[in-house]
Design a protein around this ligand. Structure first.
Ligand SMILES: [Zn+2]
Length: 472
């Protein structure tokens, strides 16, 4: 009897041991679905070319219903350089829409600073978004500013995700430098080396969001080997509005266009025994218009539309007619813009503008103020200064800016460096963005007789159409 009992105990213990050991050898796989957009630039409304945020909300909600673990991420540039709804509300309308879409994490895009730091802080609070930046720090203390943090953790049921964000390395010249006074940027490489080991300790899945172009991440910076070393599963890019969906080693590098027209869907499978992501795939999908009822995003947008109705009614009124198309990045488009500036400020004889401040083509047909605000969607005002020709020659070596001058017979010419007289002093007109050092322009230290016009850089074109009605 004793022997039988002993044998039975032995069998039972063996079974328990087998059960425990099989349990510890049994791995569990967890799936994480990432929904990703970049460079939304406040394009939340629905029109003929944009399905809009309310439509995306429906598409994403279907994914959220089907999948257990969903993470919403953005590549930055969320609310500025945007259509009037977002510009007139200083991003508030876009931020309310983002909050309704869900909790997002994004790196700080350069345009997040366009309305100044206090508006950015208010927008962050309003949207409940987490804006990350591991490479922006105070010049004096070396600390990350209080409105951002290097990385964040997201706990899911069974696994933890660590997300690190990087602001564009050229942010100081991509926004008005006054907006980020006292701050400095570290390189991506330095910041990744500083924080990835720390995140790796705490997180099961590593994600990096960089507000920089996917093609540059793939080729220009020494970061791919770091992504490989730390098993970064997903790298979200932005800033250049590119379409890139590429796998480098085990890291997915993704940039999904702009303006909420498209989104990325990334699936990662995490194995908790191997403690790594064992499979990953990614798609760029269109925000295709679907049959749907009105939802809470439509309500938010229409309430804001009502709020700006009076100014919008004025903006929609036809003020003139354009008889030809102007295409972005073509010289004649820039000379036309300069012509309108010279018309408003006849005592100037040279104009400087930055290519990045002109965001859309100008199509022939009826022109209203909205159309002009859409092509020049910034809060930049125009400044007048005296600058020596030799200094202008230096500045124009910078490919991000272009110049125009008035010839002796008053025609407006696209500037060629060889036509500038080095010893002549020019009265020039330029946006405050450039005067303050945006796009690495250094006019401020080389000029005299500053006059701040307080006129937005769009205004001369608006006045030009009002005055001439039909423009060739
Ligand atoms: Zn950007």
């Amino acid at each position: 009897m004793f022997f039988i009992r002993q044998k039975f105990t032995l069998i039972l213990m063996t079974l328990i041991f087998l059960f425990i050991s099989s349990e510890s050898n049994f791995s569990k796989n967890y799936k994480l679905t990432i929904l990703y957009t970049n460079d939304e630039h406040g394009w939340v409304e629905t029109d003929s070319n944009h399905a809009g945020a309310a439509n995306l909300y429906e598409i994403w909600n279907n994914v959220i219903k089907q999948e257990e673990n969903v993470l919403l991420l953005s590549g930055g540039d969320n609310f500025a350089a945007a259509p009037p709804l977002s510009m007139e509300t200083k991003g508030a309308s876009t931020m309310d829409v983002f909050k309704a879409l869900g909790h997002w994490v994004a790196p700080i895009g350069n345009h997040e600073f366009d309305f100044g730091v206090s508006v950015f802080k208010e927008n962050q609070r309003r949207s409940n978004m987490t804006y990350l930046s591991a490479n922006i720090e105070s010049e004096s203390t070396g600390l990350v500013p209080d409105y951002t943090r290097p990385y964040t953790m997201k706990q899911f049921n069974g696994f933890k995700v660590g997300i690190l964000g990087l602001a564009n390395i050229e942010t100081p010249s991509l926004t008005n430098p006054n907006n980020i006074k006292g701050l400095q940027l570290r390189t991506y490489e330095e910041s990744l080396k500083k924080y990835l080991p720390e995140i790796k300790e705490k997180a099961d899945i590593l994600i990096v969001l960089i507000h920089d172009c996917a093609n540059k991440i793939l080729t220009d910076y020494a970061v791919l080997s770091l992504f490989d070393e730390y098993n970064v599963a997903f790298v979200g890019a932005g800033h250049c509005h590119q379409f890139v969906n590429q796998k480098e080693n085990n890291s997915i590098i993704l940039e999904t266009g702009s303006y909420l027209r498209n989104y990325g869907r990334v699936e990662l499978t995490y194995d908790d025994l191997k403690k790594e992501v064992i499979s990953s795939n990614s798609l760029i999908l269109d925000n295709v218009k679907i049959e749907r009822k009105l939802n809470k995003i439509d309500t938010i947008i229409s309430n804001y539309q009502k709020e700006i109705e009076v100014s919008q009614a004025i903006n929609r009124k036809v003020i003139g007619k354009l008889e030809r198309d102007y295409t972005r990045d073509k010289d004649d488009y820039y000379t036309f813009i300069c012509k309108t500036w010279f018309e408003s400020f006849p005592k100037t004889d040279f104009a400087l503008l930055n290519r990045g401040s002109i965001r859309q083509d100008l199509k022939k047909g009826d022109i209203n103020i909205s159309a002009i605000k859409l092509i020049m969607p910034f809060e930049n005002t125009l400044y007048l200064v005296d600058v020596k020709g030799s200094n202008l020659i230096d500045e124009l070596k910078n490919k991000k800016i272009i110049g125009c001058y008035k010839s002796s017979n008053n025609t407006i010419m696209y500037s060629d460096i060889k036509e500038i007289q080095p010893d002549k002093t020019y009265r020039i007109i330029l946006p405050d963005f450039l005067y303050c050092g945006g796009d690495k322009v250094s006019i401020k230290s080389k000029c005299e007789n500053l006059e701040e016009t307080k006129l937005n850089y769009q205004e001369p074109m608006i006045n030009y159409f009002i005055k001439y009605k039909i423009v060739k």
